[in-house]
Ligand binder design. Structure first.
Ligand code: M6R
Length: 593
């Protein structure tokens, strides 16, 4: 249940006791499991469990994990996708196996059984060899937990491109897809590389490499306390994470900006003036909210460092043969560090000779294993599906990185850099100020929560903020929303504006504010209700609601301006009675493409 936030449609559990594997599973929420007759029959002190987000086959009891092999000797839960499952299934059918689900996963326990029976050995590693042979024949991504009658006190786990961590306890050991899930039991974790096999029992953890040679691994101690992954008195994780942004930003800044000095010790010697000036371009590649961070900081990097910046969606970048070479720096943003498309884009960039930096919040996440350099945001665990503090902490971090590069390059005015740094250091206090708009936003949310469409407008950096505001709204309120560069509206989309429609305007760029005001005037004339987020000198009387945010340097204004928009989507979702933390169809970590 601690992993519910990742998004799922079915749940299941298998335990092993006295040579018998018992399974309880069904579509729907984890809490439904408590009432199943099958659950009451579960026995034992070793078990595997799963929340499934359907890929192959509809959400149903049969398609839920764990899956058993035909002889009911092996149970498996699987995250990821097996791309060659049809050919493997056909091979197994030819060998007498049958299948009851539509999943790709069901081939895995059967394949293990198949290889186990083909192995003449009788030693302790027989099951592990069968698992290895199975994994060698799988194409795709997987993290697997395997339970078997053949080794009743043990569990085997392995990962390839899907997350999995092992937690070391005292007289007990744990496995999970994510650190926060087991943080209340242990702080000592083993982080696994692809194709590392783990044989666990209550008292023992053994690691094997791809060739099944035993290896030793060090634990990583996680310093987050378990509270950080709890709701801490808030109704929802999302609200908690919005409210804790001052703290999260303080942590991000604290690790990177020491008074006036930027600190990126992990990059230091390699990011010389010579290297940075040799760059033809910087790519920022990411998905969803993280990609919106890229859009916000593109202008900052170009302006301060005078290097051309391209921002790309990872799922597009990876398939379009981008112009990337050793004169390119590629920066990958990912809160979870597990997003399949972002990791694939990173691998592609490396193949093409680029230097790669991963910016992530999750220590030891897959992306950090692939990138040349990893920089952590230190924002604390983000549990709600809708990303909030990850966005603001990434914008802060990327802005400090831009300043750091500009200082090495000598491309920006010293006084401008000093001013931005000063503004960054003031951000936590200013976010606290912005959070006070809570009540005003709640009132507006009550007014518009039944709307069908909402439009978000802005220019320049404000357009990037508008995009993120729009994404937040659709994710958790299910209201259709779109964002536009304000000046682009009259080239077609203004046809959608009619009496009573809601338009949200973002105006923090003093050079563009007058233009945006004119565009919003145009929608007001056509009957739109308006909410404006601004720190500029505007005539407030023309808008329905104006949320004043503190003045700040335009490069860091997204960090303040996004907060009222996060709250707006939150309160609309609450007003509609929706599950804010677990919006439909969405998963927290998108580990499949
Ligand atoms: O973990 P990542 O930052 O790589 O995730 C990328 C997107 O899936 C994520 O930002 C998604 O758009 C969020 N649900 C947005 O709130």
């Amino acid at each position: 249940s601690k992993l519910e936030y990742r998004g799922y449609d079915s749940a299941g559990i298998a335990t092993l006791e006295k040579d018998s594997i018992k399974v309880a599973k069904d579509k729907g929420r984890v809490e439904n499991l408590y009432n199943l007759e099958d659950t009451k029959k579960l026995e034992g002190s070793i078990g595997i469990a799963h929340t499934r987000w359907a890929t192959h086959g509809i959400p149903s009891k049969i398609n839920s994990h764990p899956h058993l092999d035909n002889s009911e000797s092996i149970a498996v839960v699987h995250n990821g996708i097996i791309e060659n499952y049809i050919e493997l299934k056909n091979m197994l059918i030819k060998n007498g196996y049958h299948f009851i689900s539509d999943t790709d996963t069901e081939i895995i326990p059967n394949l293990i059984h198949y290889y186990y029976n083909k192995d003449d050995g009788h030693d302790d590693l027989k099951l592990l060899r069968a698992v290895k042979k199975t994994c060698d024949s799988l194409i795709g991504s997987f993290s697997l937990e395997i339970l078997s009658k053949y080794m009743p006190d043990n569990m085997i786990v392995v990962r390839k491109d899907s997350p999995l961590v092992v937690g070391k306890g005292n007289g007990e050991n744990y496995v999970a897809s994510d650190i926060p899930a087991i943080l209340s039991y242990t702080k000592d974790f083993y982080l696994l590389d692809n194709y590392e096999y783990v044989l666990l029992s209550r008292d023992n953890i053994k690691f094997y490499n791809k060739n099944l040679n035993e290896i030793s691994k060090e634990t990583t101690t996680i310093t987050w306390d378990a509270m950080a992954a709890d709701k801490d008195g808030f109704e929802d994780y999302m609200l908690k994470e919005i409210m804790e942004q001052p703290k999260a930003i303080r942590e991000t800044i604290g690790s990177r900006l020491d008074g006036n000095k930027c600190n990126f010790s992990e990059l230091d010697s390699d990011f010389s003036k010579e290297f940075l000036s040799s760059l033809h371009q910087i790519y920022i590649v990411a998905c969803g909210t993280a990609m919106h961070v890229g859009l916000c900081v593109k202008n900052t990097i170009e302006n301060l460092c005078k290097i051309h910046v391209e921002v790309d969606i990872a799922s597009e970048f990876r398939y379009r043969d981008p112009i990337v070479d050793d004169k390119t720096l590629c920066i990958f943003l990912s809160q979870s560090g597990e997003t399949a498309d972002t990791i694939a884009a990173l691998k592609l960039s490396k193949e093409k000779g680029a230097k790669t930096i991963a910016i992530t919040n999750v220590i030891g996440s897959s992306i950090t294993r692939e990138a040349d350099y990893s920089i952590y945001t230190h924002a604390g665990p983000e549990i709600a599906v809708a990303s909030t503090k990850a966005y603001t902490s990434q914008v802060v971090l990327m802005t400090i990185l831009a300043i750091y590069f500009a200082e090495i390059l000598g491309t920006a005015d010293e006084s401008l850099l000093v001013d931005i740094k000063k503004n960054i250091l003031e951000l936590p206090k200013k976010i606290e100020e912005v959070l006070k708009c809570d009540e005003e936003i709640t009132k507006f949310a009550k007014k518009i929560y039944q709307e069908k469409d909402v439009f978000f407008l802005g220019r320049g950096i404000d357009e990037a903020i508008a995009r993120e505001g729009s994404l937040k709204l659709k994710e958790i309120s299910y209201i259709h929303s779109e964002s536009y560069p304000a000046g682009e509206l009259k080239h077609g989309s203004i046809a959608l504006i009619e009496n009573g429609v809601t338009v949200v305007g973002v105006m923090t760029d003093k050079d563009l504010v007058k233009k945006t005001v004119s565009n919003i005037q145009e929608v007001i004339t056509r009957g739109a209700k308006t909410l404006v987020v601004s720190n500029q000198d505007i005539d407030k009387s023309m808008f329905d609601v104006v949320i004043d945010i503190p003045e700040t340097n335009c490069f860091v204004s997204p960090i303040l301006a996004i907060v009222p928009l996060q709250l707006l989507s939150y309160y609309i979702s609450k007003e509609k009675g929706l599950d804010v933390d677990k919006p439909r169809n969405l998963a927290k970590s998108v580990t499949v493409e």
